[in-house]
Design a protein. Structure first.
Length: 372
């Protein structure tokens, strides 16, 4: 499935012009400038997207046949429940040989729907889920680099040809995504643990803190960086999560039960004053994430950099490395000391770039070291 072997489509249709659909459009504009883009949404949104130049032509949902007629790739970037309802009309509208894919966060249900909807269709369906997103909705917040270094799961069915899978995979890789093939049920089990459970835990922690805050209003005023980081996603809208929590209920309940068991284990360790190994193991597991599953399928080489709390510090680091043609593949705040500074993790593609960055930043006066 080499990217270079994948043909470039002449026209792409994106149904649903929210953050994900809008970001797909902006990414296509950047990485496939010659491709004609067709957008589908409610009348006002489709017209606005065309006027803003996000798409070449906008259609209402009621005009799917015209919107899909000449497209080799059709993306359904609506919520899961809406996507399932659109599959049959899309299957009827899509031209022969076209590839249709969704972008929903659940795969088993929609792939089951698609198996029926595309049974006699001239087009084929490949389930998809970009492990990427943002805190704001709508295409006006779309990001052409949203899929850069992001895991993009594909769940092809039995009727999909190798050529069609190569076509879609190559298209997504050119947008910067790392394509992973999974069984739909396996996908839903995994995201229950690494996406859906963390969302519910963030909400639960906020409820816990709010309850304590009623007893002592100083509590939330003292909530510093760590608490804010852990609860950031608690502001996610319920409308987005309603179908997810309902559709993946069984896997989420299993994840909750397993988490409760680990929480009980941790409670026993606190009671026994025996937490050292627990902390060390957690730190070791955390540091392994970039090399395996945080959007990087290949090993990266990392530095920790201590920084002052002052304006422009991130830009200073980035410019110093960019001047020497060193690309930062990932950056993360590991620790924040309010009014003092903190520690960043920088990731690089090669050992040589990591070593050069260590030397350059050291010469600039930064305290930094390799991370293993």
């Amino acid at each position: 499935m080499a990217e270079s072997n994948a043909p470039t489509p002449e026209q792409v249709t994106v149904i649903g012009l929210g953050l994900i659909g809008g970001s797909l459009c902006r990414a296509v504009r950047r990485f496939y400038p010659g491709v004609r883009l067709v957008g589908v949404d409610q009348n006002d949104s489709a017209a606005a997207a065309q006027q803003d130049g996000l798409v070449d032509q906008g259609f209402s949902v009621q005009n799917l046949k015209a919107a899909c007629a000449d497209s080799e790739l059709i993306f359904v970037a609506t919520p899961v429940a809406a996507a399932e309802q659109l599959l049959e009309p899309i299957a009827a509208a899509a031209p022969a040989g076209a590839v249709v894919s969704d972008a929903g966060s659940l795969k088993k249900s929609i792939c089951t729907y698609a198996e029926q909807a595309f049974r006699h269709a001239a087009a084929s369906f490949i389930g998809g889920h970009p492990m990427a997103g943002g805190e704001k909705s709508g295409y006006r917040h779309a990001d052409p680099f949203l899929f850069q270094n992001a895991i993009y799961v594909l769940t092809p069915g039995q009727g999909v040809s190798a050529e069609q899978l190569t076509f879609l995979s190559g298209f997504l890789r050119r947008l910067g995504a790392h394509v992973v093939l999974l069984d739909p049920a396996e996908h839903d089990e995994i995201v229950a643990a690494v996406s859906h459970l963390p969302q519910l835990l963030a909400n639960t922690l906020m409820h816990f803190a709010a309850h304590r805050n009623r007893r002592n209003p100083v509590l939330l005023k003292m909530a510093a960086g760590g608490f804010r980081d852990m609860t950031r996603i608690a502001s996610s809208p319920y409308d987005m999560w309603k179908d997810i929590c309902s559709g993946n209920r069984a896997n989420i309940l299993t994840a909750i039960d397993e988490f409760i068991a680990v929480l009980q284990q941790m409670r026993s360790l606190v009671a026994a004053d025996d937490l050292e190994a627990f902390f060390l193991d957690a730190a070791r597991f955390r540091l392994s994430i970039p090399k395996d599953t945080r959007g990087f399928l290949y090993q990266h080489f990392e530095l920790s950099v201590e920084v002052e709390d002052r304006p422009g510090i991130v830009a200073e680091i980035a410019v110093a490395l960019a001047e020497q043609d060193i690309n930062i593949k990932d950056i993360e705040v590991l620790k924040v000391r309010e009014n003092e500074g903190g520690t960043f993790r920088l990731a690089f593609a090669t050992r040589d770039e990591c070593n050069r960055a260590l030397a350059i930043l050291g010469q600039k006066g930064f305290r930094c070291r390799e991370m293993f």
